[in-house]
Design a protein around this ligand. Structure first.
Ligand SMILES: [Cu+2]
Length: 648
């Protein structure tokens, strides 16, 4: 704690709360730490990490030149894609302003869009046999986008649902979720990362797979067997096809998966493991001094699947290969490699020079730098000891979690317990680790508010990392915003990293709780403003097609919208009918969206320009129901209604 004590003399009175928070967080951890006789969590920071924290930075953009206060009408330079957390959505921000521009519902119903209400969204989300939604809760943590040539290509972004082990894909042309896949035999699907190239075919220099890490070990199959045999619980690493969204294969592993990273050459994926012990109680999960960064040899796994060297589990037909330690002792045939990493690591991130994966120590005050070429050497039988792939393991501060990059050789790691971001130089850390103790690898430290988790920089996880801005997801905001009762927002802080010293630029409250995010240049996306009728098989292209058709008790209502009127002034159905209402918005002017709500029938959704949506419901209440436009569209917006008449 010497580092904290040293820093505290420089802290302002207002930051007394930081010390309180820090000791509270440490106290929580110490319970487990004491139980396993661990000392690293309370160990002093490294000699190289002894640089004192700078005084709290000015809020304005005096240094670095990044202006977070855009003039009215001025557009942001970057898109940010954020996970929404409990709200099960993806949030789109503009940066550096930090303004939230859009939310893309994925796993959880959304009353603006009609997500979970329209037939089209229900088909994506998944339904029970009675047509109701299979799930209405989710927990999105990580979001990453598709790559080409080592940079984002603007096709897709993916996001996980940890609660129900689902992966959603969002089309980045329309910013809509178009596919959701539930992973078989996996619980606690956590880390997610698309590949950046094919491991074998160099012509495929873009994303074709998405890797998903399963965190919670469970009996396999989880059908009531082995409940009381935790030693038989296992987790799996899953590969999903980026286009079809089908599950391609799974790898049975020892330990768990946490975060996920992929190499730029497509050959390796990895996940950090905080529970190599396969413990089911947290003190068991912290008993080992070293856990692992588990590497997957993608080409070999796919060869094994092709050669039929797999099994299937339960009712799933997905091929499962054996990635356990026991089955992968021979490097020349191994599908997996368990590189050891100190104590319950969190976060694994690929450096933009494509050379390293960096794991943050969490319960160890260290970052571990693993050289990917050496991991490949081990697989090729050219390097005897796998852990020789570790080229640096240096102390950086307390509670390191996630790492971002500036493209100039520096890494930025969040320190949860220290409530800081530490900037450190990767090459210097490698030299220090190799024996040159005179090297100062810590470049700068900055206090953040408070207890930071994820961190990411502009273009950080691409070959085009530009070292301009850094966003930090602080899990606690405490005193940073007006109090609104017991639930505090989280605090997303923005940092200028264009200079030698980090400069804190802005605080932004966010509803709980985003986890991970990516930030990239706005010109990488070309979002469309108007749909095409071709996007929708049910599209009504001419208002003359509007009307009611009946097939027994099944009734179809076709209706179009053109400001300020719907094509039908009224439509009549009978009590007990199963009504499918199809609405096409024939307005093709940018930003001219209409809504459609039916009182007492739990229907509300929007149709964007040339978009078609449908809803199906039982007309179980007779009477007159004024269906109306819920999305302001015209001076006569209030007059934009139609009567649904349900005859008794
Ligand atoms: Cu309208």
């Amino acid at each position: 704690m010497s580092n904290k004590t040293e820093n505290s003399t420089k802290e302002t009175a207002g930051l007394g709360r930081r010390r309180f928070l820090n000791s509270a967080a440490l106290a929580g951890l110490t319970v487990g730490v004491a139980a396993c006789n661990d000392k690293p969590a309370a160990a002093p920071a490294a000699s190289g990490a002894a640089a004192p924290a700078p005084a709290p930075a000015p809020v304005a953009s005096a240094a670095g030149g990044t202006n977070v206060h855009l003039k009215p009408g001025e557009l942001d330079t970057y898109y940010g894609i954020w996970s929404g957390g409990h709200t099960g959505d993806m949030r789109i921000l503009g940066l550096p302003s930090g303004r939230e521009i859009h939310r893309v519902p994925c796993f959880v119903p959304d009353a603006l869009v009609g997500w979970g209400i329209t037939n089209e969204s229900k088909a994506v989300m998944g339904t029970k046999p009675d047509g109701s939604l299979k799930y209405t809760v989710a927990d999105t943590h990580h979001t990453h986008a598709s790559y080409k040539d080592g940079n984002y290509d603007g096709r897709y972004a993916w996001i996980n649902d940890k609660i129900n082990s689902r992966i959603a894909r969002v089309r980045l042309d329309y910013f809509v979720c178009d596919k959701i896949t539930e992973l078989p035999n996996v619980q606690g699907f956590h880390g997610i990362f698309p590949d950046k190239a094919d491991p074998v075919d160099p012509a495929i220099n873009y994303t074709t797979r998405v890797f998903c890490g399963g965190e919670f070990a469970i009996p396999l199959p989880n059908n009531g067997q082995d409940i009381n045999n935790p030693e038989k619980y296992r987790s799996m690493f899953t590969c999903v096809d980026a286009e079809s969204m089908e599950v391609r294969w799974q790898v049975l592993i020892d330990g768990n998966c946490d975060l996920t990273a992929t190499s730029y050459d497509g050959k390796l994926a990895a996940t950090n493991q905080y529970n190599v012990e396969n413990g089911i109680h947290y003190e068991d999960m912290m008993s080992a001094e070293r856990d692992a960064c588990l590497f997957f040899n993608i080409a070999r796994i796919e060869e094994a699947v092709k050669a039929g060297k797999f099994k299937t589990i339960g009712s799933s037909k997905v091929p499962v290969v054996d990635g356990t330690r026991e089955a992968n002792k021979d490097p020349k045939t191994a599908l997996t490699a368990y590189v050891s990493v100190p104590k319950n690591p969190h976060g694994v991130n690929a450096s933009p020079d494509a050379k390293y994966f960096i794991c943050a120590g969490k319960l160890s005050p260290t970052a571990t730098v693993i050289e990917l070429a050496k991991v490949l050497d081990w697989f090729d039988g050219k390097m005897e000891k796998l852990d020789d792939a570790i080229v640096a393991e240096v102390e950086i501060g307390l509670g390191p979690l996630h790492t971002a990059f500036d493209g100039r050789g520096n890494a930025y790691t969040t320190l949860f317990l220290d409530s800081q971001v530490v900037k450190w130089n990767v090459d210097a850390a490698i030299k220090f680790h190799a024996g040159d103790k005179s090297v100062k690898y810590v470049v700068d430290r900055l206090d953040v508010h408070y207890q930071p988790g994820h961190i990411n920089g502009s273009q950080s996880e691409t070959r085009a990392a530009d070292g301009k801005i850094l966003a930090v997801g602080c899990k606690f905001s405490k005193d940073r915003f007006l109090p609104v009762g017991p639930l505090h927002p989280e605090n997303e802080q923005l940092i200028d990293i264009s200079g030698e010293k980090m400069v804190l630029l802005a605080d932004h409250p966010v509803r709980g709780e985003p986890h991970d995010f990516i930030i990239f240049k706005r010109d990488l996306l070309k979002p469309k403003q108007v749909y095409s009728h071709d996007d929708f098989p049910l599209a009504i292209t001419d208002p003359k097609e509007s009307g009611v058709t009946r097939n027994g008790k099944k009734v179809t209502v076709k209706i179009t919208s053109q400001a300020p009127a719907f094509s039908l002034r009224e439509f009549t159905v009978k009590k007990g009918d199963e009504v499918t209402l199809i609405l096409t918005n024939l307005d093709k002017i940018e930003d001219l969206t209409h809504g459609f709500a039916i009182p007492n029938y739990n229907v509300n959704f929007i149709v964007n320009p040339l978009e078609t949506k449908s809803v199906t419901f039982i007309a179980d209440k007779p009477g007159v129901f004024w269906a109306y436009c819920t999305h302001f569209c015209h001076a006569l917006h209030l007059e934009m209604r139609t009567r649904m008449i349900v005859e008794p």
